[in-house]
Design a binder for this molecule. Structure first.
Ligand code: AMP
Length: 389
């Protein structure tokens, strides 16, 4: 069996997906999720037949997770011929527009972008190095979360800073690009007439993207994955004066401010209950309710911003953990958009149907499952196929 391995490495978890390649078509045949790295690491595996979970050694990191999954793949699929591995790499900097087959020089260039995404890129690179150590001849492909947004017009990328900062790469990049690219690739099947689309990727990390005729034209995330919507633990848009105040008046160090904005804010910070939307929706605490309301309010405001950037809206799509699963949050965002021409079908929304706008709604509204791993597999195949010929 020929196959492709997809790896999506984060700070405390790594997701894996194995795709079989038959007759030029990719089909998923195993998913694995290593979680709790750094605390209580466990590996969950799921194939078409069974689900299993096992403890990893307490000190297991991304490298250990990669090795554990390779061991399992060798046991489970002894005849597997891996053609390549595709990785999600969060930040590709200003010049990475498309997926790249990695070599030493490109890896060094990527190490430089770790400065731009210190919480993500180093983990992505750890997984790449771990795999290279075990399988030095395996082609590895980097797929960037920023790449889909490189089509944005210059105005959408610029900050109101002196020009030399833009020249040094201080621009709005946007993230979750693999998710948006996947949704943009499947939406025409459902809404072929929709030209101006906003996709709300609402998960632990959350952002929104304006997509005009299939291309990203603006997004809520900016230079880092901290901007825009309020998230599980990240604050989202914040007056930069708050950061100055914290440093100058409250004496916080850069590391303390970073920890506050990335780890202790968002749903967790506002609620004081937790960062997990399910937990907040189930909680009676007024602080949890307020955090949920703020999440929806911020999303409605960001939506207005993106609609203004496109000059209108034909379709709104919800995706990712919260977007795909929570009727309450979808209603909190899209239930009061009559002014925009969007009438939500509350029954369809409660049932979690794909189309959740009412029959006469001028703007259509959708719940679509995203598939970042599938997108990485497609890109990886497109790059390595010529190598195999
Ligand atoms: P993701 O980062 O895409 O895996 O999404 C994780 C987020 O989705 C967490 O905040 C979860 O609480 C949330 N989530 C998953 N399922 C549900 C659900 N049924 N209702 C509300 N939130 C959910």
């Amino acid at each position: 069996m020929k196959g492709l391995l997809v790896i999506n490495a984060g700070s405390s978890s790594v997701r894996f997906a194995l795709y079989a390649l038959e007759g030029g078509a990719l089909s998923p045949c195993l998913k694995a999720h290593a979680e709790g790295l750094g605390s209580a690491p466990r590996l969950h595996l799921q194939d078409g037949v069974e689900r299993t979970s096992l403890d990893l050694p307490p000190q297991a990191d991304q490298q250990a997770a990669v090795e554990a999954v390779l061991d399992r793949l060798e046991q489970r699929f002894p005849a597997l011929e891996l053609l390549a591995a595709g990785h999600r790499v969060v930040h590709g900097g200003p010049r990475m527009h498309r997926p790249l087959l990695l070599d030493q020089a490109r890896l060094r260039a990527l190490e430089n972008f770790s400065r731009l995404a210190p919480l993500h890129n180093p983990h992505n690179l750890n997984a790449i190095h771990a795999l290279a150590e075990r399988r030095p001849d395996l082609p590895q492909v980097a797929c960037f979360d920023t790449a889909f947004h490189r089509s944005q017009p210059r105005l959408a990328q610029l900050f109101g800073l002196p020009r030399e900062y833009a020249e040094r790469g201080i621009l709005r990049y946007g993230f979750h690009g693999l998710s948006y690219e996947y949704i943009a690739s499947v939406l025409p099947e459902y809404a072929p007439e929709a030209s101006r689309v906003v996709v709300a990727h609402l998960g632990n990390g959350a952002s929104m993207c304006a997509i005009h005729d299939g291309e990203s034209v603006a997004s809520s995330m900016g230079f880092t994955a901290l901007d825009g919507l309020m998230m599980g633990r990240r604050c989202g848009s914040l007056d930069p004066g708050v950061v100055l105040h914290l440093i100058e008046q409250e004496g916080m160090s850069a590391a303390e401010v970073s920890d506050l904005l990335y780890q202790r804010s968002g749903l967790l910070g506002v609620s004081g209950v937790g960062s997990d939307m399910r937990e907040l929706l189930a909680s009676d605490a007024p602080e949890a309710r307020e955090a949920v309301e703020l999440f929806c309010y911020r999303a409605r405001r960001e939506l207005g911003d993106l609609v203004a950037a496109m000059g209108g809206l034909d379709a709104l799509v919800f995706t990712a953990g919260i977007g795909e699963n929570s009727a309450e949050i979808r209603a909190g965002i899209a239930g009061s958009l009559g002014w925009l021409g969007l009438e939500l079908d509350r029954v369809a929304n409660d049932r979690g149907e794909m189309r959740i706008s009412a029959a006469g709604s001028r703007v259509s509204c959708w719940t679509l499952a995203t598939d970042e791993e599938g997108m990485i597999a497609r890109h990886t195949l497109a790059l390595v196929e010529p190598v195999g010929r």
